[in-house]
Ligand binder design. Structure first.
Ligand code: SAM
Length: 268
């Protein structure tokens, strides 16, 4: 059951009904979930289900599932998305327990849609590696990816991370989506260098999603013959030798140096 990522209104009517109806709610942090339940006057038993007991707790949850439904929630957003959930769902499927996944809030799609970057395909990268070397290696694996890239990052590392992104992926378009659905919600959109400059001046706080444009399509440009002939004539007129003009035009035009040289010989 997805819960709000900031604004308490971002919970569905169905999520509230399910939380009222189940016999047990497995929650990443029972204190956080208790605040949410109190707000909606829901009084159901809670049990903890978090990163450190997500495997040892399975038996107890499946015991409860024998007699009633159990809801799973995380601290915010959709459980299983960079939060505990996957192992429980996997095991439930294997044991023939019916799994219902409720649609709801997640920072991924909220950031993506607000970013203004292409939404037709995207790759969710989870949390970025913390260490610079590991981050660099990881970014290299996605440098040629054409689809929009989405990652979660901590505010403390953001500025350093942007520097590494600029190095590894180039100065492409990016959006830092911060504090989504909360009072200080902010979208910083622009090139990596511009966004980096902004957050170097104003230290970022709160929760952050990084949305990065995919790799640009680089279509190799090959000039047509007329264009080569014109450019060659211009260079020769300025006193360039045929071999030097052919060499420099080869670098720009996608033509072989030899072919340009031969064209030059033909036209004399
Ligand atoms: N399950 C959650 C979801 O569906 O988005 C994600 C949980 S993950 C442990 C927490 C991270 O999600 C934060 O560090 C931040 O990167 C991102 N996040 C969660 N809420 C956010 C918000 N309101 N604004 C921006 N990022 C948020």
């Amino acid at each position: 059951v997805p819960t709000p990522i900031g604004n308490l209104e971002d919970i569905t009517l169905r999520a509230l009904r399910v939380l009222r109806e189940v016999a047990l709610i497995a929650a990443e942090d029972t204190r956080t979930t208790r605040v949410l339940l109190q707000h909606y006057e829901i009084h159901r038993p809670l049990t903890s289900y978090h990163e450190h007991n997500k495997l040892t707790k399975l038996d107890a949850i499946f015991a409860a599932l024998e007699s009633s439904d159990v809801a799973l929630v995380s601290d915010a957003g959709t459980p299983g998305i960079s939060d505990p959930g996957y192992e429980l769902v996997r095991q439930a499927i294997e044991q023939g327990v019916r799994v219902e996944s409720l649609p709801g809030a997640t920072a991924i799609t909220t950031a993506l849609v607000g970013s203004g970057l292409p939404t037709d395909g995207f790759v969710y990268l989870g949390f970025l590696p913390r260490k610079d070397r590991a981050l660099r290696d990881f970014l290299t694996t996605v440098a040629d990816e054409r689809r929009t890239l989405i990652a979660y990052e901590s505010p403390n590392r953001l500025v350093d991370t942007l520097a590494t992104i600029q190095d590894a992926l180039g100065d492409r378009q990016i959006c830092v989506a911060r504090e989504l659905s909360k009072k200080f919600e902010e979208f910083q959109r622009g090139t990596v260098s511009a966004v980096r400059e902004h957050f170097t001046a104003v230290a970022p706080r709160g929760e952050i999603v990084l949305v990065m444009a995919g790799a640009a399509e680089t279509v190799p440009v090959v000039w047509d013959e007329d264009r080569i002939r014109t450019a060659l004539a211009e260079r020769l007129e300025t006193g360039d030798s045929l071999s030097s003009a052919a060499r420099s035009l080869a670098a720009e035009s996608g033509w072989e140096r030899r072919a340009i040289y031969n064209l030059g010989l033909d036209s004399h």
